[in-house]
Structures are given as C-alpha cells and as structure tokens.
Design a protein around this ligand. Structure first.
Ligand code: FAD
Length: 321
C-alpha cells in the first residue's frame, strides 16, 4: 500500500545536513510509490527546497518565520504540527540528531503516535515496514513495526544511503503560514566553539585518539592523518578527561554515536563505553601497542605498535597516493 511520508530537512549554518538526504532515501523505501514531501522550517530556507527534491523528494513544504531562525522546541513543534495537520502523512522521518531527538517525541506524544528511534535500516516486508535499531549499546539489533496510526521515525546518520543528486529533478514547492506564538524559549545569540573541518557525526572517516595519544600536541599528529583522508578527529573520554582535546570530540556511551565508513582508533583501549559509540562503524582499524587491548576484539584490522610511529607513516604513505 502506498504511503505518504514527510521528511524534516535539517538545516545547519545555512546548509542541509546529509541526514536529510538519507531521510529521503528512507522515505522512498517506505512510500512504495506514495508521495515523499520534504519539510523545511527556518527563517530563509526556500532556496534549499530544490536540493531536497534533487535528492529524491517529490515536493517540498516550507514554513518560514524569523522566530524559526534558531531551533526552539516550541517554535519548531508549532510549525511542524501545522505541516502534519495539512499533509496528514502516514510516516514522519527525522534525523537521529539533537533536533530530531528533541522534536520527534514531543510531536509524536502530542499526536498519540508511535515513535521508533535510532533506526539504522528499513525494509518493506509485504505491506509491513520493518525498522532495525541497535540495542544494548550496539551489541544487538531489534526489528520493530508499528501496526497502527501515524509512525514517527528517527534515523541514525550515515546508515541509510542517500540517492545521487539529480539536478534535472523538479517538484512543487509550497509554503504554509503559521503564527508562531507564546514561545517559552528565545535564542538571543549562538556562541559557537570554533571547530574546524568535517562534522564528526557525519564524517565518513574518523581518526580517533585515546589516552595513548598523551597530549594536545599528540592530537595534531591525528589531525594530519584526518586532513589527508578528508576525515574528522574524534576521541575517547580518557583523552577528553586528560584535557588532550575538547569534550565535543568524545565518542561513546556518554558522547557521540558515530558510524563512519572507516574508524581508526589510536591509543584507545576499547572500553565498553567507548565501543558503544563506534562499534557499528563499517571498518575499524586499531593501532595500539598492547596486543591484548580489547579494541582488537572488534577491529577489522589491527596494528600492534607505537601510534607515534604508525600514524605519521600512514599519513606519509596516503598523501603520496
Ligand atoms: P585507556 O584505557 O587508558 O587506554 C589507553 C590505550 O592506549 C591503552 O590500550 C594503551 O595500550 C594504548 N597506548 C598507550 N600508548 C600508546 C602508544 N604510544 N601507541 C599505541 N597505543 C598506546 N569512554 C569513552 O571513550 N566514551 C564514553 O562515552 C564513555 N562514557 C563513560 C560512561 C561511564 C558511566 C563510565 C563509567 C565510563 C565512560 N567512559 C567512556 C570511560 C571508559 O570506561 C574508559 O575509561 C575510557 O574509554 C578509556 O579511554 P582510553 O581508551 O583512551 O584510555
């Protein structure tokens, strides 16, 4: 049976996050020929609608308002509820991002609907849509269905493959006017930490450092390899606690959950709390001087050695390719 699916296009610093395009690919699997509608909320987001369509959406609906310039739970939920009211979708997809994790349960509970979060795969089995999500910190997966009512889904970034951009695709773009009122939160100013380079949660390659990196200076060695591979630098909590790097780089149970194509763990022992954030990476390479380190139990490739010898060697080899 065809389904109408809407996907939130998540905007950050004026650009769409990749998870928005992955959401469209997920929506296409679910829609089974039904309409996939991209939803854009913000102050000036109109120009991003064609991009959502080029990545596979059939049409786009926009709510523009200066009160939506920054994310607030109240503002976004008022705007999004107006879209749901108009579109009456069967399924609603968000990224499993800070915004998606905040907004989706708020709206789903308001509408008395079911929510399946942190989905990594979607398949249509006959009429039923089966959602796969990790449980027990990624050690097992469960398959879930919702058999009744509107379905809310958040998808984990970097798991569902987006379509190639097709610049020839066109579709209808319409706006809804919503009166955003009674905001309990107003964002006056956004003070950003200067984080240069690739966004960790969407990076395809992550070079991650642990306590074995030993210093802030040591992290510069990892950054050089990340630059050569077009990747991002991540860290264990051990490294963050030791002040070798910022907590925004922390990966794990109490940090970010990442699923890059390639994760290179340098001087990380492989504590269970760290594995919770990265063990679903497609390929894991571990560099550790202790051959008994737990990280080797989940690594696809292991290098027993001193990271200060191995990482510069890798960097040099790869930049000469
Ligand atoms: P260590 O365990 O000290 O390992 C350092 C490794 O570096 C060793 O294996 C050593 O052999 C190797 N090494 C040393 N020198 C070199 C060298 N020159 N070359 C190569 N290898 C070298 N941790 C997280 O990472 N993320 C989390 O989100 C997280 N959440 C937590 C939540 C809770 C409630 C708790 C209790 C803990 C949490 N932790 C988390 C901490 C976790 O238990 C570990 O303490 C931490 O991951 C260890 O970091 P590490 O591997 O960098 O350090």
């Amino acid at each position: 049976m065809t389904k109408n699916v809407i996907v939130l296009g998540e905007v950050r610093d004026g650009d769409l996050r990749n998870v928005s395009f992955e959401g469209i690919a997920a929506a296409k699997t679910i829609a089974d020929g039904g309409v996939v509608t991209a939803v854009l909320l913000g102050e000036q987001v109109n120009h991003l609608a064609p991009l959502m369509i080029q990545y596979g959406a059939d049409r786009a609906v926009i709510v523009e308002d200066s009160k939506l310039a920054s994310y607030t739970p109240d503002g976004y939920s008022q705007a999004f509820l107006a879209v749901v009211e108009q579109e009456k979708p069967d399924v609603i997809i968000f990224g499993h991002t800070a915004i998606g994790k905040d907004l989706s349960p708020k709206i789903a509970s308001r509408l008395g609907s079911g929510l399946i979060s942190d989905v990594v795969a979607i398949e249509a089995v006959g009429e039923t849509i089966v959602f796969t999500r990790p449980i027990y910190s990624g050690k097992a997966f469960e398959k879930k269905i919702i058999s009744d009512g509107m379905i809310f889904v958040t998808i984990r970034p970097n798991n569902i493959v987006s379509f190639e951009k097709d610049t020839a695709r066109t579709g209808d773009v319409s706006s809804i006017s919503v009166e955003i009122k009674d905001l309990r939160t107003i964002v006056r100013e956004v003070a950003k930490k200067a984080v240069k380079g690739v966004d960790l949660s969407e990076a395809k390659v992550i070079i991650s450092g642990g306590r074995g990196v030993k210093s802030k200076e040591g992290f510069k060695t990892l950054q050089k390899l990340a630059d050569v591979l077009g990747g991002a630098v991540g860290a264990s909590r051990g490294a963050c606690d030791a002040d070798y790097c910022d907590y925004s780089l922390q990966i794990g149970q109490t940090g970010k959950v990442v699923t890059p194509d390639l994760y290179i763990a340098c001087g990380i022992s492989g504590a269970i709390q760290h594995l919770a954030g990265m063990s679903n990476s497609k390929i894991v390479v571990a560099i550790n001087k202790d051959p008994e380190a737990n990280i080797f139990n989940i690594a696809d490739y292991g290098i027993v050695g001193d990271l200060f010898e191995v990482v510069p060697m890798l960097t040099e080899e790869l930049q000469n390719l």
